[in-house]
Design a protein around this ligand. Structure first.
Ligand code: AMP
Length: 214
C-alpha cells in the first residue's frame, strides 16, 4: 500500500508513519528526517537546507523531489511505502505522480489538529538523535528522563519546535501544503483523521481510514 501522510507539523505524521511502516512492512520516507540527518552530517545537502529548516521555511521542490526519487530507486518499495512530510506543495505532488508512473497513491491520510494543540505538543516533544524515536514529556515520556528507550541515546529537542518557529511552520503549511487536501480529494484517495486525542486513539482512526473505501 502506498500512503501519503498530510497534516500540519505536530499532527503525528512521524509517530504514526513509523508505526504504520512497521505494521505494513513497508519503508517510511520522511524528508524532514533525511534533511536533519544531512544537516547533522554537514553534507552539501545539509548545508544548503540548513537555513530554511531552521527558519521553518520549505527547502526547494527540486531538492526534496531529488531525495524522494533516489529513495524510491534504492529502497525496496515493492509492497508500498509511507511518505511523511512529502509532498508539501502542489508541485511536489505533481512531481511525485510523474515519478510513480503507473503506480498510484492508495491513501492520503490527512491528520487534522488545531494550531493550539500543535504548539503545546511540540513544546514538549523530544527526539532521539540516533534512531529518530519520538517522545513527549507530557503524553509519552521516556522511562528514563532524557534517554531513548529504544537505543539509550540522549534525547534532544528540535530547533524548529520553538513556539515562534512553529507558528511560522503553521503559516507555511496553511499556504503551501493545505491545498494538497483538495488535490488528493480529487484523486479520490483522501481520508480525514481526527488527530487531537491520545496516540492509540489516533492510530485506531488511521486504521479505520485506511480500510475505508472511497
Ligand atoms: P518535518 O520534520 O517534516 O517537520 O520537516 C522539517 C523541515 O524540513 C521543514 O520545516 C522544512 O524546512 C523541511 N522539509 C521537510 N520536508 C519538506 C518538503 N517536502 N518540502 C520542503 N521542505 C521540507
Amino acid at each position: 500500500m502506498r500512503i501519503v501522510l498530510l497534516g500540519p507539523p505536530g499532527s503525528g505524521k512521524g509517530t504514526h508513519g513509523k508505526h504504520l511502516a512497521e505494521v505494513l512492512s513497508v519503508p517510511v520516507m520522511a524528508t524532514g528526517d533525511i534533511l536533519r540527518q544531512a544537516i547533522a552530517d554537514g553534507s552539501a545537502l545539509g548545508k544548503s537546507a540548513q537555513e530554511s529548516v531552521k527558519a521553518g521555511q520549505l527547502v526547494p521542490d527540486e531538492t526534496v523531489l531529488g531525495l524522494i526519487e533516489t529513495r524510491l530507486r534504492l529502497t525496496d518499495a515493492q509492497h508500498g511505502f509511507i511518505l511523511d512530510g512529502f509532498p508539501r506543495t502542489l508541485a511536489q505532488a505533481q512531481g511525485l505522480k510523474l515519478l510513480l508512473g503507473d503506480r498510484r497513491i492508495d491513501r492520503a491520510l490527512n491528520l487534522v489538529v488545531s494550531a493550539e494543540v500543535v504548539i503545546t505538543r511540540l513544546k514538549d516533544r523530544w527526539l532521539c538523535g540516533t534512531c529518530d524515536a519520538i517522545y513527549n514529556t507530557v503524553s509519552l515520556p521516556p522511562k528514563v528522563v532524557g534517554k531513548c528507550e529504544q537505543c539509550g541515546s540522549d534525547l534532544r529537542q528540535r530547533i524548529d519546535d520553538q513556539p515562534d518557529t512553529v507558528r511560522k511552520r503553521l503559516e507555511v503549511y496553511a499556504r503551501e501544503s493545505a491545498p494538497l487536501v483538495t488535490y488528493y480529494e480529487r484523486e479520490g484517495v483522501l481520508r480525514n483523521v481526527d488527530a487531537t486525542g491520545p496516540a492509540v486513539e489516533v492510530y485506531a482512526a488511521i486504521q479505520r481510514a485506511i480500510a475505508k473505501a472511497a
